[in-house]
Design a binder for this molecule. Structure first.
Ligand code: ADP
Ligand code: MG
Length: 225
């Protein structure tokens, strides 16, 4: 009976996931369908075109995040310098930061920090955290990035913002599929973040205070010398 229970639990989880994916994708599809119907006799072509494109992008984004979640074995672990990966991620993000009046501050450990990791996946984690920080600071602000090592052979990455913050109840819901407080959020960011950190045998800790800001701390095992 134990085995049976396990299987049916899995089925329920998969079924729930499938239902929520279907739901999330159907919403933008319905919007697109509606605007395509207008195209026949369209007086507002540009606005409708923009809406259709943004809904298509949304579907693409959701499907992309689900591909990440569904591919546990596609990771490629290599010994890498964490601060180099962070620098490259900050570069990728800089244009978006500038556009949103966000200052990116870095405070690195003076030595290189080597971790066994999948570079693209870690970049994805940092990007998702940055994106949330930007969205939490609608009038601009500062993202502070700190790196360090502990005596327990762990790398520490802290990413701090001075945005709207979260309540303890909100923090608890992070990582639940489609948990979002945003009109255009997908609520998949933290599922992806947790999954990748888990694959790297790391830990994630969140500290947040409403209207003060949020600090995300990620700990990853250091690579063997
Ligand atoms: P999404 O960004 O699509 O909403 P996430 O999983 O990335 O999904 O985040 C879930 C929710 O957690 C967000 O909607 C927001 O309410 C909250 N959140 C995440 N990061 C922050 C942050 N840095 N500051 C304030 N709230 C945050
Ligand atoms: Mg997000």
């Amino acid at each position: 009976t134990e085995q049976l229970l396990l299987n049916s639990e899995k089925l329920t989880a998969v079924g729930q996931m499938a239902a929520s994916v279907a739901h999330e994708i159907r919403n933008p599809l319905t919007t697109i369908q509606g605007f395509i119907q207008y195209l026949e006799n369209d007086f507002n072509k540009k606005a409708h075109y923009d809406l259709i494109m943004s809904e298509l992008k949304r579907i693409n984004f959701i499907v992309g995040e689900f591909l990440i979640l569904s591919k546990p074995h596609a990771v490629h672990f290599v010994k890498q310098d964490l601060q180099k990966i962070m620098d490259e991620t900050v570069s990728l993000f800089q244009a978006s930061a500038n556009m949103n009046n966000i200052l990116m501050e870095r405070n690195y450990n003076e030595n290189s920090i080597l971790v066994q990791c999948d570079e693209n996946q870690l970049k994805q984690v940092f990007m998702n955290v940055f994106k949330n920080s930007v969205e939490a600071m609608p009038y601009g602000g500062t993202i502070k990035i700190l790196t360090d090592v502990t005596e327990e052979k762990e790398a520490i990455i802290q990413i701090e913002d001075n945005g709207i913050g979260m309540t303890p109840a909100q923090i608890k819901k992070l990582g639940l599929p489609f948990y979002t407080t945003k009109d255009t959020g997908t609520g998949l960011g933290y599922m992806v973040i947790f999954k990748i950190i888990e694959q790297h045998k790391g830990h994630l800790h969140i500290e947040s205070a409403v209207n003060q800001g949020t600090t995300i701390e990620i700990r990853l095992p250091l690579a063997e010398k």
